[in-house]
Design a protein around this ligand. Structure first.
Ligand code: 4AD
Ligand code: MG
Length: 429
């Protein structure tokens, strides 16, 4: 048995091969069934001619609809008319699993494609996105491995709300209420006292009630935390990590990126260092571009688009006003109205892919801020303990995997960056 990619090669010409996969397209003309077969590696045209295969097999091939699974045996020939330049002339055809009339045809509404997601994920576009996502993740894991980070496994059921109580999903946890994790950050912070440099890839949950093209209710969150690292060091990790991820996808997935019509030459420019822009400069830039913002305004999708639409490489926005960010960040000694933090915005209009900061180490300040936001201290006692026993300067960040996939694949909507998008409107299939 050969993969389709291996069958599509000059040295296989004239040889008898076996391939298997799913029928992607099929037509019959002049007593020959031309079926395009796909497997994970690619597609190849197969010609099944009456007389060259047993009659029963020819009939089965003639009737087999798209998405039928089949095994084909035959000779590889060079044929300029065939897509890809090669064809298999079949001497054997075996139907493994017949397909009923496939419910997805060429032009379908977005809603129908979401209802039929379990079938739509077979499409060439979705397959390409899945491979690119895997390649980005592999690039990240390799980078962390090469730089001596230790992968850890924080809990998903939790009692803390690092990113605020408005987007929490509650779960009934025996006789109590618990939450689905918004971020593993606090648990990662607790692990740096022994492991120093850690990372985790976990699902994170946000009850985002508005429908936007960049929010999911469940997403994959790649988070890092490191001892002895300040906010500048934190940004260095981010620019190196993101560049390594993107360059790995460029190296491994050129075919898939091209299938999505992604300009790979732009992605090749994603190399460190990335520009750093102070929040104040971002405000000035936005005002010049006609946005009605002033110091203290948050950056939403629209503002982030303006900041990044003419860029090809991500950019950091640093030192946000405290009011806009969570309680755990370290105050900026140069301007106490702001934090030592950064958001990393993807270029070409995409916007935030990472949120990160140096962490506050002063318990008195943390307690004051927790009180201000009305959090019960009981759930945070353990977090405050961390500052009592050998506290050190430390920083970390969280990268939304589906956000980086959306940018790298240049997708219109985040839902296409994941096989089963979870949004306010949908939990099926
Ligand atoms: O900016 P956020 O909320 O930061 C944190 O959760 C920190 N505690 C992370 C840390 O420092 N360890 O989320 C981090 C990233 C965002 O930049 C974005 O990429 C992604 O998570 N994200 C989402 N992705 C998809 N759908 C959503 N609803 C998202 N919310 C955040
Ligand atoms: Mg954020």
């Amino acid at each position: 048995m050969l993969s389709i990619k291996d069958a599509l090669s000059k040295d296989k010409v004239g040889k008898k091969v076996q391939v298997r996969g799913w029928i992607y397209r099929t037509r019959c003309s002049g007593g020959i069934v031309f079926a395009v077969l796909r497997d994970v590696t690619g597609t190849i045209q197969v010609a099944i001619k009456k007389g060259n295969v047993p009659d029963d097999d020819f009939e089965a091939a003639n009737k087999a609809g798209i998405e039928s699974s089949v095994i084909i045996e035959g000779e590889v020939v060079e044929d300029k008319r065939a897509p890809g330049g090669y064809e298999i002339r079949a001497s054997g055809f075996k139907l493994v699993g017949a397909a009923e009339a496939f419910p997805i045809t060429e032009y379908q509404s977005t809603e129908l494609l979401l209802d039929l997601r379990h079938l739509w994920i077979r499409s060439r576009e979705q397959t390409a996105v899945s491979k690119i996502k895997a390649s980005l993740l592999r690039g990240a894991r390799e980078w962390f491995y090469e730089n001596d980070y230790i992968e850890v496994t924080p809990p998903i059921i939790t009692g803390v709300a690092p990113e605020g109580s408005t987007t929490l999903f509650q779960v009934k946890y025996y006789d109590r209420i618990a939450y689905l994790s918004q971020s593993a950050q606090f648990y990662l912070e607790s692990l740096i006292y022994s492991l120093e440099k850690v990372y985790a890839l976990t699902p994170s949950f946000r009850a985002e009630k508005s429908r936007t093209p960049r929010h999911l209710s469940e997403y994959w969150h790649l988070e890092m935390e490191a001892a002895w690292v300040d906010n500048e060091g934190n940004m260095k990790v981010q620019e190196e990590l993101v560049s390594a991820m993107v360059q790995n996808a460029v190296k491994e997935c050129e075919t898939e990126l091209k299938l999505l019509k992604r300009d790979v030459s732009i992605l090749k420019k994603v190399q460190p260092p990335f520009d750093r822009m102070k929040y104040d400069e971002a405000m000035e830039f936005l005002q010049k571009k006609g946005h009605e913002v002033s110091w203290g305004s948050d950056l939403g999708a629209v503002e982030e688009r303006t900041l990044t639409v003419d860029r090809q490489v991500p950019v950091f926005v640093v030192n946000y006003p405290k009011e806009l960010k969570p309680f755990y960040m370290k105050e900026n000694p140069d301007d106490s109205r702001t934090y030592k933090n950064s958001d990393l915005l993807a270029p070409e209009g995409f916007g935030e892919i990472i949120g990160g900061s140096e962490r506050e180490t002063d318990n008195a300040l943390l307690i004051e801020r927790l009180r201000d936001i009305g959090e019960s201290m009981d759930n945070y006692q353990w977090y405050l303990d961390l500052r009592k026993y050998g506290s050190v300067p430390h920083s970390g960040f969280g990268l939304g995997i589906e956000r980086i996939v959306t940018w790298v694949c240049k997708l219109d909507h985040i839902r296409d960056s994941t096989p089963y998008p979870r949004t306010v409107a949908r939990v099926y299939p």
